[in-house]
Design a protein around this ligand. Structure first.
Ligand code: MG
Ligand code: ZN
Length: 221
């Protein structure tokens, strides 16, 4: 039989063990951790920049910024107000973050100084769905410049996410992308999926996202 399957299982069970350690750390320090996933270019970093600008004064936000090769996104987040609460993780080619990388970063993080921790995953809708990072929830971002059938193409990611943010709504009408179809496709995979529509460029809808985050923090997770 194919020997890659047991190896993959072993990697994932080791990852799950480390993710549990991370999750215990987060809950011990009452930190809400969100794992932000999307295709490349959907606007994860832009959403986080906007979030820092809107909420950075009253919520203590930390960000782990994963990227395959550069620290460009981390630099943007530092400039947007993340300051010393931004920790870059360059995977050196790996197409996802894993729990070991998170545990390594957490050695440098004083979780008592944070309320909310965003983990910006590598832009990829495939394997990040399999790697638990100890987060409370995955938030999947999709933009209106993509196909509205993406939830059907990458069902695991949409099944395992609690919220779908549909970004770049200012570009609706410039392509065949249908909001109704993307929501229908996503909820055919995950009927409980929450949906928020945003444009990080114009700012429309960001109030809904901010309210959602405030609600999540207030509910004590
Ligand atoms: Mg980014
Ligand atoms: Zn990967």
């Amino acid at each position: 039989m194919n020997e890659r399957i047991p190896l993959k299982k072993k990697i994932l069970s080791e990852n799950d063990r480390l993710a549990k350690e991370a999750r215990d750390e987060f809950s011990h320090h009452s930190v809400v951790a969100l794992n932000l996933v999307s295709s490349p270019g959907a606007g994860k970093t832009s959403l986080l920049e906007r979030t820092l600008q809107a909420l950075g004064n009253d919520i203590r936000i930390g960000l782990i910024a994963g990227d395959v090769q550069t620290e460009n996104d981390a630099t943007r987040l530092i400039k947007a107000g993340g300051g010393e609460m931004v920790w870059p993780v360059v995977t050196g080619g790996a197409c996802h973050l894993d729990a070991r990388m998170i545990m390594r970063v957490l050695k440098d993080v004083d979780l008592d100084r944070l309320d909310l921790l965003f983990i910006e995953n590598v832009g990829n809708l495939v394997c990040p769905s399999s790697f638990d990072l100890g987060e409370l929830m995955k938030v999947v971002l999709i933009s209106t410049t993509e196909g509205d059938d993406k939830p059907l193409k990458y069902p695991a990611m949409f099944r395992r996410s609690g919220l779908m943010v549909v970004n770049k709504t200012d570009l609706l009408g410039t392509s065949d992308f249908s909001m109704q179809r993307v929501v229908g496709n996503a909820r055919s995979i995950n009927p409980d999926l929450e949906v928020i529509e945003t444009s990080c460029r114009t700012g429309v809808g960001l109030d809904k996202w901010e309210d959602w985050l405030r609600g999540l923090l207030a509910s004590g997770q």
